[in-house]
Design a binder for this molecule. Structure first.
Ligand code: BDR
Ligand code: CA
Length: 307
């Protein structure tokens, strides 16, 4: 079964790889890619998304949206992703962006969809999806599931409390968590299990593939090894969220009540009640474990099949 998917991203090294995985997967019918400012500014994330799609020869609409959060100021994450957002890996320019704004296009797609039929995948600050659903809340009824790379059960990677995507637009994340549709969370605790190591990059390079596989390996090689993991490797966040739609058997998960802190020094911290202690009904599915070897094999096989 191929499910209709609208994907919002901020490429971003790991966003680029997640896009290629989504394009490669027969389980995913990627209908629209929308882009926000995030890892770098929208003036870079949009051309990056266009280039990533162009390299794969994908013909689907890609358009820009929010260049800043609902509240507060824009901040980028160039330490991990480089000034250009793709770790210095230069891709050929992609096809032009479609006219219009992300939130309008998301609403248009949802309006013509059957109830409970469309999956939203969010890989950056949640602003574009939140704008779409906040301005026409009834459209949430068209959504099957919202899959997000966001948040952390434990410590953050932007502040001690908050993960980057959640910290960049907590109000937007709160709108998605409260919209009444099932939300699936790929948090930092999950993505910590998907470490990019020199051995895994070498295994990708050993595969027979085309330009996308080469660019994927180059982008992974550009990721700075993380202090959090003793410089053993870097966590590959966003593709974990896409992999959930492709191979759910690789994951274990549990139902949780999830919310996000919007005020104070812990702004952006996700509160995730794994044991039901709050007695608040579950609104999310927390992805807890990942079969990392199978995940990287899936990634390699999928992207090797692209151009
Ligand atoms: C998330 O933030 C970004 O830097 C990555 O692209 C990922 O979406 C991880 O915290
Ligand atoms: Ca991202």
């Amino acid at each position: 079964m191929s499910r209709p998917v609208l994907l919002d991203c901020d490429p971003g090294t790991d966003d680029a790889i997640a896009l290629w995985l989504a394009l490669a997967a027969p389980e995913i019918d990627l209908q629209l890619v929308t882009v926000a400012g995030g890892n770098v500014g929208l003036e870079r994330t949009l051309p990056n998304a266009r280039a990533v799609l162009g390299l794969a020869g994908a013909a689907l609409p890609v358009m820009g949206g929010a260049d800043r959060p609902l509240i507060g100021v824009f901040r980028s994450e160039t330490q991990v992703h480089g000034m250009d957002g793709l770790g210095g890996v230069v891709l050929p320019e992609g096809p032009p962006a479609a006219p219009g704004l992300a939130a309008d296009a998301i609403r248009e797609r949802l309006r013509t969809a059957a109830p409970g039929s469309v999956t939203l995948v969010g890989l950056g600050p949640a602003t574009n999806f939140a704008l779409a659903l906040a301005t026409e809340p009834a459209l949430a009824g068209r959504v099957a599931e919202i899959v997000l790379m966001t948040g952390a059960v434990g410590e953050g990677n932007w502040t001690a409390a908050a993960e980057f995507n959640a910290a960049m637009d907590p109000e937007a994340l709160a709108i998605l968590l409260g919209c009444g549709r099932p939300v699936t969370l790929a948090t930092l605790d999950l993505t910590a299990q998907a470490l990019v190591t020199p051995e895994r990059i070498a295994a990708l390079r050993a595969l027979k593939g085309g330009a996308c596989l080469h660019a994927c390996a180059d982008i992974l090689a550009a990721l700075p090894p993380s202090r959090r993991f003793g410089h053993r490797g870097a966590p590959l966040h966003d593709p974990c969220a896409v992999a959930w739609l492709v191979a759910p058997d690789l994951f274990t998960h549990r139902a949780v009540a999830a919310s996000v802190v919007c005020e104070g020094p812990d702004r952006g911290r996700t509160r995730i009640d794994r044991w039901g202690r709050s007695k608040i009904p579950a609104n999310a599915r927390l992805l807890e474990t990942l079969d990392a070897e199978a995940f990287f094999a899936l990634l390699g096989a999928g992207i090797a099949g692209l151009r």
